[in-house]
Design a protein around this ligand. Structure first.
Ligand code: AMP
Ligand code: ZN
Ligand code: FE
Ligand code: FE
Length: 281
């Protein structure tokens, strides 16, 4: 069982890296990818918690914006965590998330909603990459809404009046940096249309030119038709096909390993990193 895309409480998941590794071991996963938003801060605890046969593919899910303002998530796996330029890129994105959150909170206050930055900070685990799910949790704590999911159906959706984007690299820039740091780049849920505007089939060629290695095809936010379109794009462009859960603990409905990557596709993906960086116990 191979699940290459999960989150911990170092971003907007609810399990600590140790808890996530333990769950993966209990469920019998063979490879676990850990990909917190715009950070590698989960890597150390995850590595220290590793035992048995589980292998770790450490990474990060990098928030990107196209020049047209479309939000894209790029999974970087198996890159050098000590790569300085990569860490600068991740840090710049994290820094931009604070003023962005202030703006979202101000818009809500202007609409008469009882919420403050202090409420959001109280809902954010220490050191976690700040994101809309923490604002959702703050709204739940305040009794404005009842779940994160409800928030994303309405007031925190990309199309909502309260939505504000934050500075981020373009998908091509993120891919180039992941590859420069020795890792592999897989575009996450590119056709997750209910989240907002998505890429077009013709956009993938340019990403391949930038060094894209794979497409996350099997993901709950993509319907069967969207998955088949992506599968054929991946086949045509000779890209690795992945499937993953995008597990966020209790912060999202996604169950660990609900979608998986085949051993053959994983082997191909791993061989494209500049070094063998899979972590073993
Ligand atoms: P942000 O990075 O701050 O723009 O927030 C986006 C994050 O919200 C993504 O990581 C998603 O995993 C999360 N998210 C999107 N939809 C939902 C949902 N329905 N329930 C919980 N979290 C969600
Ligand atoms: Zn998330
Ligand atoms: Fe994502
Ligand atoms: Fe994710």
């Amino acid at each position: 069982m191979i699940d290459l895309h999960t989150h911990t409480n170092k971003s907007d998941g609810t399990d600590s890296p140790r808890e996530l590794v333990n769950k993966a071991i209990v469920q019998g996963l063979t490879v676990l990818g850990i990909s917190d938003h715009d950070t590698t801060s989960s890597w150390q605890e995850a590595t220290e918690s590793l035992r048995g046969n589980l292998q770790l593919a450490l990474g990060s899910e990098i928030s990107c914006l196209t020049e047209d303002g479309i939000s894209v998530h790029m999974l970087g796996l198996l890159f050098d965590g000590a790569h300085e330029q990569m860490q600068v890129m991740l840090e710049e994105t994290r820094d931009g998330r604070l003023p962005r959150m202030r703006k979202m909170v101000e818009k809500m206050q202007a609409a008469g909603i009882d919420i403050s930055m202090a409420d959001v900070e109280a809902a954010r685990p220490e050191g976690a990459t700040l994101g809309r799910p923490h604002l959702a949790d703050a709204l739940v704590n305040k009794g404005v809404i009842s779940t994160r999911d409800e928030a994303f159906q309405g007031m925190l959706n990309n199309e909502s009046e309260f939505y504000v984007s934050h500075a981020a690299p373009t998908p091509a820039q993120a891919i180039a940096m992941i590859r420069k740091a020795g890792g592999v780049a897989v575009i996450a849920h590119p056709f997750a249309s209910h989240r907002g505007q998505i890429l077009k089939a013709s956009d993938f060629q340019e990403l391949v030119a930038a060094g894209l290695n794979g497409i996350e095809v099997d993901h709950r936010d993509q319907n069967p038709e969207e998955r088949e379109m992506l599968r054929s794009i991946a086949t045509e462009l000779d890209l690795v096909i992945t499937g993953s859960s995008d597990y966020h603990g209790s912060g999202k409905l996604n169950a660990l390993a609900e979608f998986q990557t085949s051993p053959a596709q994983w082997e191909k993906l791993e061989s494209l990193a500049d070094k063998r960086r899979v972590v073993r116990a």
